[in-house]
Design a binder for this molecule. Structure first.
Ligand code: ATP
Length: 231
């Protein structure tokens, strides 16, 4: 389980403080207005944003002393950082080894991740010969190949049309179940959360104002969440 307990950060004009738990095998959707603090929450967990106070643990062990590369975490952003001069295979492999020198175990991890997202036949291609949806799959395959137990997703599929988005979200759900991942998914689309999330956390003004199951989206309790959903 990933646990944030009063995990706090501060910018000159905004303080942020989050308490949240995500069990392995579960997806929590972070929903909230622009500037609410969703990306900062992910950055604190990943180790990119400064933490002022609070605790952050995974399975009871503190992550705060660890640099980003040593945390049991993979982060996938909307801009999934594909390298255009490299093949799909290399783009996945670089998630495991920046030098691209892979052990045979790592080579099978790349192959398996490519199969999981339906890219096995495209490994020799360059990303610019792929569709937008296929490119996002490469990013997802790179994330999965790393086999880290915590996955942080910052609107990774929002540039895609609805059918592709839902297809990739289905894939995410499947892999979360199969690998027992603890997933935090930032999304601006409540319908995405309804499809795949086990839990919803509504982020507002640097904190989590409301959490609950998917039913929260049809029955928000706070005025802030109602306003965000346009009720
Ligand atoms: N590097 C920074 N320096 C100063 N203030 C920052 C910095 N990064 C973010 N902020 C402020 O912190 C608050 C939270 O920003 P954050 O990017 O986490 O929000 P968000 O919910 O992810 O927004 P969006 O949905 O637009 O991506 C905002 O008020 C933002 O202006």
């Amino acid at each position: 389980m990933l646990e944030l307990d009063k995990l706090a950060s501060r910018y000159p004009e905004q303080s942020l403080c989050f308490t949240l738990q995500i069990s392995s095998g579960q997806i929590t959707a972070l929903i909230g207005p622009s500037g609410a603090g969703k990306s900062t929450l992910l950055s604190m967990v990943a180790g990119f944003a400064k933490v002022e106070s609070g605790t952050l643990t995974f399975n009871g062990l503190s992550l705060l002393g660890l640099p980003p590369a040593e945390r049991p975490i993979t982060t996938l952003f909307q801009d999934n950082n594909l390298f255009w001069h490299m093949s799909v295979y290399q783009n996945i492999a670089i998630g495991l080894s920046p030098s691209l020198r892979l052990t045979s175990d790592q080579q099978s991890q790349v192959q398996q991740a490519a199969e999981q997202v339906g890219l096995a036949a495209l490994l020799a291609r360059k990303p610019d010969t792929l569709s937008g949806g296929q490119q996002q799959r490469v990013g997802l395959a790179r994330s999965l190949a790393r086999r880290k137990p915590v996955l942080l997703l910052d609107e990774p599929f929002s540039a895609l049309d609805p059918a592709l988005r839902f297809e990739l979200l289905g894939l995410l759900r499947q892999q979360t179940d199969a690998l027992g991942l603890a997933v935090l998914l930032v999304t601006h689309h409540p319908e995405e959360a309804v499809r795949v999330a086990d839990n919803i956390a509504f982020v507002h003004n640097g904190g989590i104002v409301e959490t609950g199951g998917r039913e929260l989206l049809s029955a928000p309790r706070t005025e802030e969440f109602k306003a965000y959903l346009g009720r």
